[in-house]
Design a protein around this ligand. Structure first.
Ligand code: ZN
Length: 298
């Protein structure tokens, strides 16, 4: 099944429902970064949550989520845009923590710190600005609860969040990933809130449903006890980085001339690797020479 995200509501109720299956994109991110199972769970949950948040944004906007934390993972970054492109990485992919009750110890690899959420407009992209519009303490480290805390406290929309990654430990492969967010918009009555909260609390875990082949809509139907759900928007999701050879050459071109001359004199060329997606780009001596300004004048 293709990775997909939906934006939905329940007719007559002031609720916003977001749901996604992200197995392929999380598996690709984890394979590229060679993450341990616990790091895969932390990265995968963050990628999934970020992809869900981006679903409420318009074209040319993007969402960045960062966990700045003191656990062995050292930090998590995820970026998602309205086209459904999602990418991200962790500072230490080999991070590990003792399992708790046989479960991956995500809070143990994340530790304490802060969660930053930036919602960036298209016009600001590429201008080097980092417009964070929300910072909250990491209260749980399990990621899903941290997204819920952020949405409830910083964006002031009471939200229930379920994010999951199922890793087959023996092969270290991601077999299922996804999750959903249920948001109570202003105007939701106390009765509706209590009813939905109880339904979600009794629902099977997201990865359990995905392993059985559930779509994003079917996950919501199961979690909410088959209430009538109206899908307002949906799109595919994929792991996609915005790096390119040209972008790396542009960065090199902005280096001081002395540094470029040193690279040319070194005589070996350069291999540059994107830390977000691990893609490598080879830059030859001729490429470097072409970047030296005076070579182009006369
Ligand atoms: Zn990249």
């Amino acid at each position: 099944m293709t990775d997909r995200v939906i934006y939905a509501t329940i007719p007559g109720l002031d609720v916003r429902l977001l749901s996604s299956v992200t197995t392929d994109l999380v598996a690709e991110a984890c394979a590229r970064h060679h993450t341990t199972p616990a790091a895969s769970a932390a990265l995968g949950r963050t990628l999934t949550g970020t992809g869900l948040l981006a679903m409420t944004q318009k074209e040319h906007e993007r969402t960045t989520v960062q966990f700045v934390c003191d656990g062995p993972i050292g930090g998590i970054v995820a970026v998602a845009d309205a086209r459904g492109d999602v990418r991200g990485y962790v500072r230490n992919p080999t991070a590990n923590a003792e399992p708790v009750l046989g479960k991956l110890n995500v809070a143990g690899v994340v530790g304490r710190g802060t969660m930053h959420v930036g919602r960036e407009l298209g016009a600001e992209i590429g201008q080097g600005r980092e417009p964070y519009n929300g910072i909250v303490e990491i209260t749980s480290g399990e990621i899903g609860l941290d997204f819920a805390y952020y949405l409830t406290v910083s964006e002031q929309i009471p939200s229930g969040v379920s994010l999951g990654v199922f890793v087959h430990i023996a092969t270290n492969r991601v077999l299922a990933a996804g999750g959903f967010i249920i948001q109570l918009m202003p105007g939701t009555s106390r009765d509706v809130e209590e009813d939905l909260t109880a339904r979600v609390a009794a629902a099977p875990h997201a990865t359990e449903m995905i392993l059985q082949g559930a779509s994003p809509l079917e996950m919501l139907e199961t979690a909410l006890g088959h209430l009538e759900i109206e899908v307002l928007d949906e799109r595919d999701l994929q792991f996609a980085c915005n790096c390119s050879r040209e972008r790396f050459l542009d960065k090199l071109a902005s280096l001081p001339r002395a540094d470029l001359e040193e690279m040319v004199a070194d005589g070996t060329g350069e291999v540059l690797t994107c830390h977000v997606c691990t893609q490598s780009y080879t830059v030859t001596i001729d490429d470097l020479r072409a970047l030296l300004p005076d070579e182009r004048v006369h």
